[in-house]
Design a protein around this ligand. Structure first.
Ligand code: ATP
Length: 315
């Protein structure tokens, strides 16, 4: 990527007592990226986001966001960043619309634009019909959508989203996924996503950083990480249940596979690539095995994540 980084972090470290929450983090994020922070509970994702927003001071290392120093230029920076925290604080005594209006005022949205932006976000997040009810009466998913709308109100260049689809139903989650993709691809907004949902990260993120006890243990695109970890493709083979034993014999003879995974009638063979499929089909048919499907699977981010656990830095 050739553009200057919009976020540059070098040797960033932050302790809480004996706990090193963020430990020597170095990375750059570029405009328009959807960048994922992954890691177990307590890995340091939220602390990193707080450091990037100037809400915490680092013990050592440097942070630059939009060419500003978050700690010293917090107010200027926050005009260009939108944050959705894990537990968004809405004023539950105010209506949905009022929550947005107050925030628009706080974040300097031009007065002439407030009404139209609020209206369009309420529409976009399907809250218009409940806009004049108190936010305290909203369901969890509605509160999450209102908090997301609020984070977008001042049209920030960078969005920090902590578990943005938590509490949303599948339709709501898909809408948020589409929104994130649109913001990044059509408007060149940068999105930082903290998520435990690996399928979500795989779908949305160009690159991910995996943190473990504050340390960066992997950085790259999901495909790069899979290659570096030597994760190979696998084949998923579905045959008639009564033909599984015969299929296993063929697989052992053709691929030397002695220990394939079996789940719900699907045989998963690690290390087998799509080029193996034609010969395999011929052999299975030759052994009178009834085949319902053979699908090559690329290594997923979930494969990478589990393989990484306890391993060294991959970057
Ligand atoms: P989760 O997935 O559970 O949200 P996380 O990756 O966001 O976790 P952090 O919240 O950044 O993790 O926490 C990293 C470590 O720092 C944890 O051990 C946590 O207990 C500690 N920590 C974070 N904030 C504080 C604080 N204000 N005071 C003391 N310890 C803290």
């Amino acid at each position: 990527m050739k553009s200057d980084p919009i976020i540059a972090v070098d040797g960033l470290t932050r302790r809480f007592g004996d706990v090193v929450a963020v430990d020597g983090l170095t990375l750059e994020i570029h405009p328009g990226e959807v960048f994922g922070f992954l890691g177990h509970n307590g890995a340091g994702k939220t602390t990193t986001v707080r450091l990037l927003n100037g809400l915490l001071s680092p013990d050592s290392g440097t942070v630059r966001v939009l060419d500003l120093e978050p700690l010293n230029d917090g107010p200027a920076l926050r005009r260009h960043t939108g944050v959705l925290t894990e537990t968004p604080s809405l004023d539950e005594r105010l209506t949905g619309r009022e929550n947005l209006e107050i925030y628009a005022d706080l974040y300097g949205v031009p007065r002439t634009e407030v009404a139209s932006r609020v209206e369009s976000l309420l529409e976009g997040f399907e809250l218009a019909h409940r806009a004049d009810e108190k936010a305290g009466a909203y369901s969890k998913g509605m509160k999450q959508r209102l908090a997301l709308a609020r984070a977008l109100l001042h049209e920030p260049d960078i969005l920090f989203l902590d578990e943005p689809t938590s509490g949303l139903d599948p339709v709501g989650a898909r809408r948020v996924h589409e929104l994130i993709t649109r913001l990044s691809q059509e408007q060149q907004r940068t999105v930082l996503l903290c998520t435990h949902n690996l399928a979500e990260a795989q779908k949305l993120c160009g690159r991910v950083a995996v943190l473990e006890q504050g340390r960066l243990v992997a950085l790259g695109t999901p495909a790069e990480l899979a290659r570096k970890l030597g994760r190979s493709q696998r084949l998923e083979i579905v045959v008639a249940p009564e033909h599984v034993p015969a299929a296993l014999e063929v697989l052992e003879a053709r691929l030397g596979t002695t220990d394939p995974a079996l789940e719900n009638g699907t045989i998963t063979v690690m290390g087998a690539e799509r080029e193996a499929i034609p010969d395999l089909v011929a052999s299975l048919v030759g052994a009178a095995v009834r085949i319902y499907g053979i699908t090559p699977q690329e290594p997923s981010l979930e494969d990478v994540y589990f393989a990484l656990h306890g391993e060294e830095v991959v970057s």
